[in-house]
Write a protein that binds this ligand. Sequence first.
Ligand code: ZN
Length: 186
Amino acid sequence: MATEEGRKAELEVGFSVSDEEMKKWMSRAFEMAREALQGGEVPVGCLLVHRQEVVGKGRNEVNETKNATRHAEMVALDQLLDWCRRGNLDVRGVCEQTVLYVTVEPCVMCAAALRLMNVPLVVYGCSNERFGGCGSVLDVSSAELPDTGTTFRCVPGHRAEEAVEMLKTFYKQENPNAPKPKTRKD
Ligand SMILES: [Zn+2]
């Protein structure tokens, strides 16, 4: 399924991404997710790859920074912006040729940020049942929102079971910063 999706993505985003590339970058994203888990963070890792070069990478740092917006994707996007500034490059031009590799489906907030940055393709692991912005809760990735950047394509399901296992391990642990939910449906 992922292969077929990948081919479709290739046709529509205007540049090609091979299965080997996807495997290679996703394996780095998984290493970062594992680091996040060891550091007591929600285990999400990601890379922004522009023409075979990593221009941004991040793992979730919400607990470390005590800032609820510091999701892996936001950390990586900030690095991409720095990279563009240092090279005096046009941000939109760079983003349009950039792929995000992330272990978990981007949440609604991050999906909106990706639209505003015009990143055309996201390869991800498992779905994000709680906050997913690429179909699980809302479909920000493909919604018709003419004033909110551009839609992006997704290639889901890469090592999804492993990504889910990491999330389960995290949510079983005690999170000192999380408020205790009194009623939880799941
Ligand atoms: Zn997010």
